[in-house]
Design a protein. Structure first.
Length: 400
C-alpha cells in the first residue's frame, strides 16, 4: 500500500511515557493519540446517544468486514477476504478445522517447534475433540519443508518465531505444501505491520493474526482470519454462530452459512475494541511497507552491532541475516528474566521469553536511531554493573 509516504519515526502520534524507551511493540503496541478522540465519539455519541440504533446509524454491523479490509491492505489480501472478531485462538481453530475438512483422508497436522504455543494447544484440543486418529507432528523450523508429505492435511506455521524472530520463507513453504496437496495456514501475529506481506501472491488457503502487536490495536484487540477468495463458499464453519448466518435477522432454526467471508463471523463483534483498532489503523494509509521494513532492518542492525560490541555477555539468538529475521531482536542470557526487570526499572521496556530469551521489538513507527543508542546505553549499564543481581529483579511476576 502506497499513498503520501510517511517519514519515520511518527513518535508524535503516539502516547508514550516520558523518559521511557519502548522496545516491546512486538508484544503490545502503544496507544495512538487519535484513538482517545475517536473512542470518545464511539462511547459518548454512538453508544451514549444512538443506543441500539447505532448498529444501523453508525454501521456497527459492517464493522468486522470494514476493519478486515483495512487489515487486508496491510497483508496483501483482496477486499472481502479478511474478517475480524474473537481472539487469535478462535481464528486458529476456525482455520484448522476448515483445513481438516478439506482433506478428510489425511490425518497429520504439521507444525514446528518455533510456533507459538497457543497454536499448538488449539491443534491438540481439536485433535482430542475430533477423536478420529489425527496427529500433530512438530519438527524443527529448518525441517518444515522436508517434512511436508502427501500424508499432511494441513501445515500450520507462524511466519516469525516469537522467541528468536526467525523469519520463514512463506512462498517456498506454501509452494511445497501445495505440491504435496496440503492446506497452508499462516499465523501472522508477529508479521502484520512489521514485514511486507502479499497473501494474494503467496496463494495460501488461510492466514490468521492478532492486532495488538505491531498494529497497535490495544490489549485484547480482535484477531483476523483470511480465507482465499475461491474457497470462501466451500468451507464449512466449525463455529456456526449467529453472526455467520446467511440471514441473521431471519432467525431461522437451522444454520445456513453466509455466502461470503461473513461466514467466518461467530458472535456479536466487540464494537468498542474494534473501534479502537479501526482508529489505530488509520496511520497505515500513508505507510509504505517496503520503506518501513527497510527502516526496521537499519535500526535492528545498529542495535545488534552495538549490543554485541559493548555487551559480549549477551548472545544473539536471532538470525544474523536481516532477511531471515522479523522486526525483533533477541539475545540469550542465563538470567534473562532478571535483566529484563532491571531494564524496565531503568527506562527500557523489552520482555522475556523462557527459558533464556531477552526480546526487543524494533518498531520504526516510534523508534529512532537515537532511541537505539539510548537503549544500548541502558543495557550496558545493567550488564557492566550487574544491576540485574538485585533480588527484587529476580522475583518472578505472573506476566514475563
Amino acid at each position: 500500500m502506497t499513498t503520501n509516504k510517511a517519514h519515520f519515526p511518527l513518535k508524535e502520534q503516539f502516547q508514550l511515557p516520558k523518559d521511557t524507551i519502548y522496545l516491546d511493540g512486538n508484544s503490545l503496541g502503544p496507544l495512538q493519540k487519535l484513538v482517545n478522540k475517536d473512542l470518545s465519539d464511539v462511547i459518548n455519541t454512538e453508544w451514549g446517544e444512538h443506543l441500539i440504533t447505532a448498529w444501523n446509524i453508525d454501521a456497527w454491523m459492517e464493522q468486522p468486514l470494514r476493519v478486515g479490509n483495512l487489515i487486508g491492505k496491510i497483508i496483501g489480501a483482496p477486499e472481502g477476504s479478511v474478517m475480524m472478531g474473537d481472539t487469535l485462538s478462535i481464528k486458529v481453530y476456525q482455520a484448522l478445522s476448515a483445513a481438516l475438512q478439506m482433506r478428510p483422508t489425511r490425518k497429520i497436522i504439521l507444525s514446528d517447534s518455533g510456533n507459538f504455543p497457543t497454536d499448538l494447544y488449539i491443534a491438540q484440543g481439536l485433535i482430542a475433540h475430533l477423536n478420529n486418529g489425527y496427529e500433530l507432528k512438530i519438527v524443527e523450523p529448518e525441517e518444515i519443508e522436508s517434512a511436508i508429505s502427501k500424508n499432511v492435511a494441513a501445515v500450520m506455521i507462524t511466519q516469525v518465531d516469537y522467541r528468536t524472530g526467525r523469519l520463514h520463507d512463506m512462498k517456498s513453504i506454501t509452494q511445497k505444501a501445495h505440491e504435496m496437496g496440503s492446506v497452508m495456514i499462516w499465523d501472522l501475529a508477529h508479521s502484520a505491520g512489521a514485514v511486507e506481506l502479499d497473501l494474494e501472491a503467496i496463494n495460501c488457503e488461510f492466514a490468521v493474526g492478532c492486532t495488538y502487536k505491531f498494529l497497535n490495536g490495544g490489549p485484547g484487540s480482535p484477531a483476523f482470519i483470511y480465507v482465499r477468495p475461491d474457497l470462501t463458499e466451500q468451507i464449512a464453519p466449525a463455529l456456526s454462530g449467529w453472526m455467520g448466518h446467511e440471514a441473521p435477522f431471519a432467525f431461522d432454526q437451522s444454520y445456513r452459512p453466509a455466502l461470503s467471508i461473513e461466514r467466518m463471523r461467530v458472535g456479536t463483534p466487540p464494537v468498542v475494541q474494534l473501534s479502537i483498532l479501526e482508529s489505530a489503523l488509520q496511520i497505515w494509509h500513508n505507510i509504505d511497507m517496503k520503506e518501513l521494513r527497510t527502516a526496521s532492518i537499519a535500526l535492528s542492525e545498529l542495535f545488534i552491532e552495538q549490543v554485541e560490541k559493548r555487551c559480549p555477555q549477551l548472545i544473539l539468538a536471532s538470525p544474523k541475516n536481516p532477511e531471515h529475521r522479523g522486526s525483533q531482536v533477541s539475545f540469550k542470557f542465563k538470567n534473562g528474566y532478571a535483566v529484563v526487570q532491571a531494564l524496565i526499572a531503568n527506562g527500557l521496556i523489552g520482555d522475556f521469553r523462557a527459558p533464556n530469551i531477552i526480546r526487543f521489538g524494533i518498531t520504526p513507527l516510534y523508534i529512532s536511531e537515537a532511541d537505539i543508542h539510548k537503549a544500548v546505553d541502558i543495557i550496558v549499564n545493567i550488564m557492566e554493573n550487574n544491576l540485574w543481581e538485585d533480588p527484587k529483579f529476580n522475583k518472578a511476576n505472573r506476566v514475563t
